[in-house]
Each structure stands twice: as C-alpha cells, then as structure tokens.
Design a protein around this ligand. Sequence first.
Ligand SMILES: NC(=O)c1ccc[n+]([C@@H]2O[C@H](COP(=O)([O-])OP(=O)(O)OC[C@H]3O[C@@H](n4cnc5c(N)ncnc54)[C@H](OP(=O)(O)O)[C@@H]3O)[C@@H](O)[C@H]2O)c1
Length: 247
Amino acid sequence: MKILITGASSGIGRDMAKYLSDGKNEIILVSSNKEKLEKVNKQVENSKIYVCDLNNTDEVDKLCEYMLKEKPEFVINNAGFGAFGFYDEISLEREIEMINVNVISLHKITKTCLKYMEEGYILNVSSSAGLMPGGPMLNTYYATKNYVRSYSLGLYKELKKKHKNIHISVLCPGPVNTNFNKVAIGTFSIKGLSSEYVAKYAIDKTLKNKLIIVPGLKVKMGIFFSRFLPTKLVLSILFKIQHRKRV
Ligand SMILES: NC(=O)c1ccc[n+]([C@@H]2O[C@H](COP(=O)([O-])OP(=O)(O)OC[C@H]3O[C@@H](n4cnc5c(N)ncnc54)[C@H](OP(=O)(O)O)[C@@H]3O)[C@@H](O)[C@H]2O)c1
C-alpha cells in the first residue's frame, strides 16, 4: 500500500511510519523539518520524504497536487500542535498557525483524497480534546480537534451513503509521551501512553474500519462519564486539569 503520513518527523506519526514499515508498503513522510525527516527516512524501509510547512498555503496546495500524482491509498493526517495558556497569553498569530496546521491543511488533504481515491483509508488525528465541549487553557487546540472529529464523522456517513469504499477513522488519544508538551509549553497531569503503543493501536483499528479510536481504558472511561455531567462542571474540571499543566 502507498501511505502518506503528515507529522512523520516525531511522536505518533514517526511511530506509525515505523509500525507500517514492512518493506512492501511505500511510505511518504511529511513534515516541515527536512533533517528530522531524513533521520526517520533511514529507520523506515521503502520510504521517501516530502518537506512541507502545513502552515503555508502554497506549500499545502503543492502537497495536494503531489498527492494527486502519487495517489496514496492510506492517508494519515497526523501533524498538529497545541499551546497552553489563557486567551490573552497566546498570540493570534500562533492560534492562526494552529488552525492552519490542525484544521485547514487536514481539510485540504482530506478533500484531495476524495478526488482520486476509489478505495482506501483516511485516518484523521483528533484528540480526546475533540470529544470535550471546550478546553479552557488549551482552548484553540480543543476547538481545532473538535473540528477534526466532527468533520470526519460527518464525512464517514456521506461516504457510506455514496457507497464509497473509503474508510475514515478518527483517532482521539488522551496524553501521549511525545514532543507535544515541549511545543505546547506544558506538562501532562496524568501519565501519558507511549507513542509506539498509540501508533500501533491506531493503525490496527483503522485497518479494521473502526470509526472513533480511543486508546487507553482511563481515557475511554473519562470520556464516557463526562457525558453525564453538566457542561459547566466539565469545563471546571478541564480548567483544573489544564491549569495544573502550566510550566
Ligand atoms: N501527545 C499527545 O498527548 C496527543 C494527544 C492527543 C492528540 N495528539 C495529536 O497527535 C498528533 C501528533 O502529535 P505528537 O503528540 O506526536 O506531537 P509531536 O511529537 O510534537 O509531533 C507533531 C508533528 O506535527 C508536525 N508539524 C507541526 N507543525 C507542522 C507544520 N507547520 N508543518 C508540517 N508539520 C508540522 C511536526 O513536524 P515538524 O516539526 O518536523 O514540522 C511533528 O512531526 C497531533 O495532531 C496532536 O495534536 C497528541
């Protein structure tokens, strides 16, 4: 299978590439950092790199043109980042960058897949944040991940109605030990899962056509029970959790 993975230079994306590396799969590794991609390229059999800043409109459009030529059958929209803090502590520029990477590029890449795919898999990486009503102290991030979840689920139903053989899955992990915290400038208040585990779990479930993928029992239970609580209470609990993460 030809596979394209965004955010393949570290964390979950890199570990998905390693897990999928079997010599037969052709893997296209995408991120904005050429040096980091070259390191992963050496660890992943039959892979090539594509450097693209997903915050840059022209570069994303070129990536989409490239995809129309390459036609990967399994596309993993994994690149993304967050930023901890109150609304007046994070610059608008940083928030727009986050929306570009987490939402706009994912949307464009997904729409591109729908142009050429007859059959295949799309795995969109959201977060447990995407299953919550809002995310005080990590707010724009939560909003972007809600978009990813909502867009992917609606698309799932449309594809079914059109009898398309394109399987879409959405990954919603809780904390995972990656570079995420370093980029977001925070720390997790609960123990994170390993990114190797999450990568393997997500790929296995995607290939079994699972729609919403939530690794880890604690996070599954947290999401389940939060549904029975009033929204204002959930927001207060989330504020406490996120506030503890400040560094
Ligand atoms: N770690 C967690 O606790 C957690 C939990 C739930 C969901 N997630 C989601 O999982 C996904 C992967 O994150 P991670 O935890 O593995 O973090 P990570 O180690 O920081 O990896 C993030 C990846 O996104 C790429 N990326 C960021 N900005 C980019 C840009 N402008 N252009 C191209 N690529 C860009 C990075 O590549 P370059 O820097 O090389 O460009 C990197 O490969 C993200 O969508 C994240 O929101 C993470």
